[in-house]
Design a protein around this ligand. Structure first.
Ligand SMILES: Cc1cc2nc3c(=O)[nH]c(=O)nc-3n(C[C@H](O)[C@H](O)[C@H](O)COP(=O)(O)OP(=O)(O)OC[C@H]3O[C@@H](n4cnc5c(N)ncnc54)[C@H](O)[C@@H]3O)c2cc1C
Length: 498
């Protein structure tokens, strides 16, 4: 396994293809350091014997110890540990730990590449190629990100119906030694600090949409790849530093007629599997959310509780109700993820058919529970921000600048006038309101709320997954029985008129 320093050293050797605000920057540019420090925690924790077995796993390919973020789940225990590791690391980072896209993308492709080869009766070697890629990914402890979301152009049109076919990443040429791809993925978290970018489809595809059924992996600085990056750093503190300062980045990852050799292609033209790959990545990713969202809930709970205490209103009954609301959502989200792990198996649910074996035997979380958990916690993000706003009052929104707490002309006056609860040292109160400002009154705080709401798919996507996979018919039958409604045969002439 690598150290954080070795991770940074490798980033330094990468080709400059990162564009930020009109300039090309190096990967270890100061602006990217908060993000690099956040991912750095995944190396530090894996090396710490206290977290051995939680943040590490044993590779099923080599039998060697690896970082759990590069592991393929092979048991319920693995799924539980992924959830718990994610919760722990997000608590420490104070938000997204940013390495889950790699584990979720590789677990999806691991299964799909196997099934595609099976369907192709040995004519393709996607799975063998993927395993070769995975072995290096694990051995060298690389950081992966996942580029799934296409720019999508006209939302009401399919990939093949778009005026510009490049609105979804597609294959524009098939050669003897590889393929040429064109298009842009968007909102790709941490692609600018990733060693490898895993690329897979966004949606279900029609049989004639073969060019869009493509999955592959390329290094982040690969020839033909340009990343236009937005960097979400907190307002810098000069005097009153935070305990830990996280960062995040998101890329428009543009494939400008980018050549990908066959050994890095894991799906090319198998439309059915393209759709399953999209669903599976979303499923694994929503399961990751059952770790990170409870962590965000933990942080929100702690923040609201401190805000109430520092405002001297901790005993007010409306505060208790609000704390209970945050706990309810976080722990139900965690419980849903726990159940998804516990019910995990090497099978996927096919609507109308039921569970069917899928992939070479690795474990897939239960889809219903992964989706309901993510839906519940994802949609609560703005409600929780509202609770924090309510309990804090206006103070974090208009809090004076750090310098005014240093200036002898204003310092003592400010500490006097921000004091609310006499038991709280005003310097501690000031640090809390700065923290709340970062969380809820900053551009970065707003961006994280968008990520927490839409990441892994907008709520409507979860609603579709839940309702298309849930056995609603059996519930209708239950009620018909109770209500005494006869099970009549539908007149075939009226069948399509519903
Ligand atoms: C901070 C952040 C980080 C992210 N990280 C990643 C990442 O690392 N990798 C990655 O691949 N993706 C990532 N995402 C993308 C995320 O998965 C998408 O934002 C999400 O899937 C929604 O897609 P969209 O942003 O294109 O929204 P849109 O699709 O534009 O959705 C906008 C609205 O339109 C609705 N809508 C869309 N299409 C239709 C339709 N056909 N019919 C009816 N309504 C429709 C949606 O339900 C929604 O209400 C990230 C997003 C954010 C905000």
């Amino acid at each position: 396994m690598r150290t954080k320093q070795e991770y940074i050293e490798r980033l330094r050797t990468m080709r400059r293809n990162i564009y930020v605000n009109g300039e090309k920057i190096a990967r270890d540019d100061e602006m990217q350091m908060p993000t690099i420090n956040t991912i750095g925690l995944t190396f530090d924790y894996a090396a710490d014997p206290k977290h051995d077995g939680l943040c590490t796993a044993i590779s099923h390919l080599t039998g060697e110890k690896i970082n759990r973020f590069n592991h393929i789940h092979h048991s319920k225990e693995d799924l539980h540990k992924k959830q718990d590791m994610t919760r722990l690391l997000c608590q420490v980072a104070g938000g997204c730990i940013q390495r889950c896209m790699g584990i979720d993308g590789s677990n999806a492709i691991y299964n799909v590449s196997y099934e595609a080869d099976k369907m192709n009766n040995g004519a393709t070697e996607y799975h063998k190629n993927f395993k070769k890629w995975l072995e290096r990914f694990q051995k060298e402890d690389l950081v992966g990100c996942c580029a799934q979301t296409d720019v999508k152009g006209d939302r009401m049109k399919r990939p093949s119906q778009q005026k510009d076919p490049d609105m979804y990443v597609r294959v524009v040429e098939r050669k003897s030694d590889g393929i040429v791809v064109r298009g842009s993925k968007v909102h790709n978290s941490e692609a600018s600090v990733a060693d490898e970018i895993l690329v897979l489809p966004t949606r279900a595809l029609l049989p004639e949409e073969k060019d869009w059924a493509v999955a592959f992996a390329v290094p982040g600085d690969w020839e033909g790849v340009k990343q236009v990056v937005s960097i979400h750093n907190l307002r810098e503190r000069q005097y009153f530093k935070r305990g830990f300062t996280p960062g995040a980045t998101d890329s428009y990852t543009i494939f400008d007629d980018c050549f990908v050799p066959w050994e890095r292609v894991f799906l090319c033209g198998e439309t059915i599997h393209g759709g399953v790959c999209a669903l599976l990545f979303a499923l694994f990713h929503r399961h990751s959310y059952s770790g990170c969202k409870p962590a965000l809930g933990d942080l929100m709970l702690g923040t609201v509780a401190l805000a109430a205490e520092y405002n001297g209103i901790a005993k007010a009954s409306h505060v208790r109700d609000k704390l209970a609301e945050i706990i309810r959502v976080s722990e139900l989200g965690y419980a849903a993820g726990f159940t998804a792990s516990e019910m995990g198996k090497p099978e996927v649910y096919i609507p109308g058919v039921g569970f069917r074996p899928y992939g070479p035997g690795s474990y897939i979380p239960n889809s219903i529970y992964a989706n309901v958990g993510r839906c519940l916690t994802g949609e609560a993000v703005f409600r929780e921000a509202e609770i924090l706003c309510d309990v804090s009052g206006g103070i974090p929104a208009t809090f004076p600048y750090e310098g005014d707490f240093m200036n002898p002309e204003t310092k003592d006056l400010l500490y006097k006038y921000i004091t609310r609860n006499p038991d709280i040292h005003p310097e501690d109160a000031a640090q809390l309101w700065r923290y709340v400002g970062d969380l809820a009154c900053s551009a970065t705080g707003g961006i994280h709320m968008y990520g927490a709401f839409h990441g892994g798919g907008s709520p409507i996507m979860e609603a579709i997954a839940i309702t298309s996979q849930y056995d609603i018919e059996s519930r209708k039958k239950l009620v018909k029985q109770l209500a005494g409604i006869k099970d009549r045969k539908v007149n075939p002439e009226n069948k399509d008129k519903k």
